[in-house]
Every structure is written in C-alpha cells, then in structure tokens.
Design a protein around this ligand. Sequence first.
Ligand code: SAM
Length: 271
Amino acid sequence: MRAKKSLGQNFLVDENVVARIVRALAPRADETVVEIGAGRGALTARLVREVGRLVAVEFDRDLAPILQERFGLHENFALVQADALEVDFRDAISPAKTARVVANLPYNVSTAILQRLLAQRTCISELVLMLQREVVERITAPPGSTERGYLSVFVEAYCEAEKLFDVAPAAFRPVPKVWSAVIRLRVRERAEVESTDQDLLWRLVGAGFAQRRKTILNNLRSAPETLRVLFESRGGAGAALEAADIEARRRAETLTLAEWSRLARVLEGGA
Ligand code: SAM
C-alpha cells in the first residue's frame, strides 16, 4: 500500500530506532499506553507485548483493518480508528485514569496533536514523541533563543521537556526531507500557570509573538481588539508591561514563562 503524504505517513523501518523509542518509554505491564498514528505497526508490535493495555489510534481507514487483523488477537490491544484531533483521551483509556503516550507523529499535524494532548493533560502523565527535529528545537528553546515561540512557552507551562536523540531521514520510508528527533515530555503535576487565566495567557502569548521582529510593546499594541480593551483598562500596553516589570523594548522570545503569566495576571479582571 502506498504511503499517503496527506496523512504524514513516513513509516519507521529502522529496528534500532524502534528499539530506542521503546526503551525510552520503558513500558510496564501495569499501565495503559496510547499510541497515536500506529501506521503499519512498527512500534505497536513491540508495545503490545510489553504494556498492560495498548490503545492504538489510527486515522487511515485502509490501515486500521490491517492493524486490527495483526494485533486484534492480543487481549490488551484496542484500536480507535479516528482523527487524534477529535479523540477524547479520557474515554479512550478508560477504565485507566491516566496513561502515557508514545507516537511517531505525522508531521503535518504534529503540533496540533500535541496541543490537543496537552489540553487533555489531566489524564496523561508522560509523552515520548518523535517530531521533526526543528519542532523539538522550538519546544526546548530557552528564553533568549531565536527558536523560542508560542509552542515553547505553551509546552513549558505544562511539561518538563527533555530531548532524547536525533533520527536520520534514512530510518523512514518514504524518506523524509528533514531530520527527526525524539523528545520526552513529563506532564507537571501542578502547572505553574494553573492559577492564571489560561485562555487570556495564550491569547497574550499569541499576540506577543505575532511579528517576531517587533518589540513586545509594538506587538501588544496591535493585538486583537478583545486584548486591546483589556490593555486600555490598565492604562495601555506600555503601562501593563511596566506593572509586570517587563521592559517594553524586549522581544517576545526573551520573556520567561513567569513573565508571561505575570503580564496575564496584570490584565486579569480587566474590562
Ligand atoms: N507509527 C508508525 C511508524 O512509526 O512507522 C507510523 C508513523 S507515521 C509518521 C504517522 C501515522 O499517523 C500514519 O500512520 C498516519 O496515517 C497517522 N495519522 C495521520 N494523521 C492522523 C490523525 N489526525 N490522527 C491519527 N492518526 C493520524
């Protein structure tokens, strides 16, 4: 069966890489693991032998029956043929209350799937993910780094991230144009930002990074209307930045997570 580009299908064919990912996960017989985008089962085949219960999510209607035929006899295997962007993970892992996630994510929707998973983080304890290396670099970019963006701040808010290793294009079929990397994300038990209005926080971070070459002040001055109203209620974006003790001339990539949430708290309860 031909790989579908539209579904980001680059299948793992290097058994050493498969083994390294499974070793990084260190699956246990007493846990539930969710595999997203099981594909042709490269990771699935090993996982199903080692985990208590394996829930495999696969969107491709042609691959799902093949996975079912290959692994359906294992009592600990469950297949969810669905778009991971629409799956309710709490339902999918029931009766377990929490699970770990492992995936070689489809490139085209990897960050959307990651955000969706983190939105449901109360039922997820850890994620071991293969992503494009450039995305891993963005996620792990510290304040001050040019790679730092919305995704870095978002992931840092909810997880401790650790890059594990790079994977060369030759490990896949078809061979992708770019390198990949595997990352471990440990979901924080209590996120620092949990006491901040999170909808406001993420709108703010989005507006702050709108144009990378602009200062934080200029980006916030041209923020969407709903945010600008809040700034006005605090005497304008400049005054809000000052109240949060953030230099107006700085660029968004230099701000720490603590500074973003301080700024959000200045605006909380505004007009
Ligand atoms: N796990 C397999 C491997 O490592 O060889 C396949 C990895 S491949 C990069 C990504 C897989 O995700 C494909 O099987 C693809 O069909 C599936 N996929 C793509 N979009 C998806 C989505 N929105 N939800 C669930 N699975 C998806």
